[in-house]
Ligand binder design. Structure first.
Ligand code: ADP
Ligand code: NG1
Length: 489
């Protein structure tokens, strides 16, 4: 039976998506479908809340978050929506509108063992586990929930479908347990909580999903988490293009991501020792942002010189780093190579690339500050220039681009993008393109023609997405508001 939404909810949905009355059915229709799914899966239960958590596109500031440096993402109008009600028996019961994701049920009063790697239920467990471990909800008194789940964020594409799922799950669990929370501390809790799935991610995705403001990008600083909305002029347009290469955080990509986290920690350890020797102050950190020119009150050129001297341009083995730090390889493994859950990252066959990683992170951090200024001034050309520089640094120094992403960015620039860069973790996934608003339609249709219609599978070993619905592969992002819980009553 068709379920319609109460009027007060329709108004709130309009606000959340920052949409016009004409566009409303697109969003409200989804909620209605989920109400129907809930009714058929749980016929004896009345739904109580609607939970929404958006994905994001990162405009600039890639792989800076776990180094303590800022980022500049915006939440997008692709999200997770849950229709929920409390359960009566301390279990979480999930049905998903997408049949690829099978129903999941788990109890919340016992320690939560993960499902197999890559299982969607792990992101829900990650949220519940994080909240229980922090003692926000007492395990023995915890109430579970029943949820009809719908998500339309392209997955494994650098648009943070996983974190949006974690955030929606956390809000659902807190809502049924009637636990109040503060968004900044919840974002910090969930950034740690998501490591339950095995990658050492930073805190950008959970923070923007929870704290975004409609119509704006969000500058995020870390340790402690601080956010500042930076309005996006209406004449700017940001278009996402999917490279058609899936970048799931399964074995290979997870290793490549975690490896970079470890490389940055080792670079910070070397640099902090050298700076301490030079200034006579003891600094013991594995966070590059603790060694910024502002924090050290040193000229950036001085720090750069010290870094080049202590790190050097060549790749380094753990044994090399151990000699330079005068510490055992074993202690370095424990202090810098340990991942969540205690596993130690294997040393890469081609050794660690510390100089390139360091150079990317500090230059990217500088670009984020400049990009915030450009956005505030309404200078889209300058923002685009910084995005192009960021892409080059991600490709050459951080080595997270792919042949398909390269084709996409160069085509986009030829077709009028003022800036084009990979977005998110990289290794595939999407690009983000800065376009002058009036050219958006033209840009999208030319990109469809140039990339998607002519796409050939160059390398049969890659994990491709089939070109079916172009609207989910190339689209203009609407800067949307952060996650929330709406009452259905
Ligand atoms: P991303 O960059 O999108 O966060 P990840 O590879 O880290 O990519 O996470 C993607 C995972 O999130 C998927 O493998 C799946 O488990 C989960 N996921 C994404 N979309 C959905 C969905 N609509 N329903 C259920 N789970 C989803
Ligand atoms: P995506 O693109 O969602 O996998 C990851 C990290 C971010 C950040 C970016 C790179 C997670 C959950 N997210 O994002 O924290 O480091 O890569 O900028 O691991």
């Amino acid at each position: 039976m068709k379920k319609s939404l109460p009027q007060h909810l329709i108004q709130k949905i309009r606000q959340a998506y920052n949409c016009s009355a004409d566009e409303l059915p697109l969003y409200s229709g989804r909620c209605e479908r989920l109400l129907e799914l809930f009714a058929s899966a749980f016929p004896d239960t009345t739904p109580v809340h609607l939970v929404r958590a958006p994905g994001r596109v990162n405009l600039i500031g890639e792989h800076t978050d776990y180094n303590g440096y800022p980022v500049l993402p915006m939440a997008i109008d692709r999200d997770f929506v849950f229709v929920i009600a409390p359960s009566t028996d301390a279990t979480v019961e999930l049905v998903n509108e997408d049949p690829r994701f099978e129903p999941r049920t788990f109890g919340v009063t016992r320690p939560l063992t993960p499902y197999g790697q890559g299982d969607w239920g792990n992101y829900v467990k990650a949220a519940v586990n994080g909240i229980l471990q922090e003692g926000k909800v007492a395990r023995q008194k915890a109430v579970g929930f029943r949820a009809a789940v719908g998500g339309n964020i392209p997955e494994s594409a650098g648009l943070s479908s996983s974190s949006a799922l974690v955030v929606a799950s956390a809000l659902a669990f807190l809502a049924v347990n009637r636990v109040p929370f503060e968004n900044h501390s919840l974002a910090e809790l969930l950034a740690h909580g998501e490591r339950y799935v095995g990658s050492e991610g930073g805190g950008m995705d959970q923070a923007v999903s929870l704290l975004a403001k409609a119509g704006a990008a969000l500058k995020i600083d870390f340790f402690p988490l601080r956010t500042e909305a930076v309005p996006i002029p209406k004449r700017f347009s940001f278009v996402v293009c999917n490279s058609l290469i899936r970048a799931p955080k399964s074995e290979e990509i997870r290793y490549a991501y975690n490896r970079r986290v470890v490389e940055c920690r080792l670079a910070a350890a070397l640099l902090s020792k050298a700076v301490a020797q030079r200034t006579g102050t003891k600094i013991d950190t594995s966070l590059l942002a603790d060694l910024s020119p502002e924090k050290l009150a040193l000229d950036p050129r001085d720090i750069n010189r010290i870094a080049l001297k202590v790190i050097g341009r060549e790749s380094l083995s753990l044994a090399d780093v151990s000699r330079r730090l005068e510490r055992s390889v074993e202690s370095l493994r424990n202090d810098y190579c340990k991942l969540k859950g205690g596993t130690i990252l294997d040393e890469p066959g081609d050794s660690f690339q510390l100089w390139k990683r360091y150079r990317h992170v500090v230059s990217e951090a500088r670009r984020v500050g400049q990009a915030v200024d450009a956005l505030r001034r309404g200078d889209i050309s300058e923002l685009g220039r910084l995005m192009n520089e960021s892409h080059a640094s991600c490709r050459d120094d951080y080595e997270i681009s792919s042949p398909e992403l390269e084709v996409l960015v160069s085509l986009a620039r030829k077709l009028g993008a003022l800036g084009a860069r990979l977005t998110g973790a990289g290794f595939g996934g999407c690009t983000v393109n800065a376009i002058a608003g009036e050219h958006t339609g033209d840009f999208i249709s030319k990109m469809q023609q140039g990339y998607y219609h002519g796409f050939t599978k160059r390398n049969a070993n890659r994990d491709f997405i089939e070109v079916e619905n172009l609207d989910s592969l190339i689209f203009r992002c609407r800067p949307s508001g952060g996650a929330g819980v709406l009452s259905l009553r």
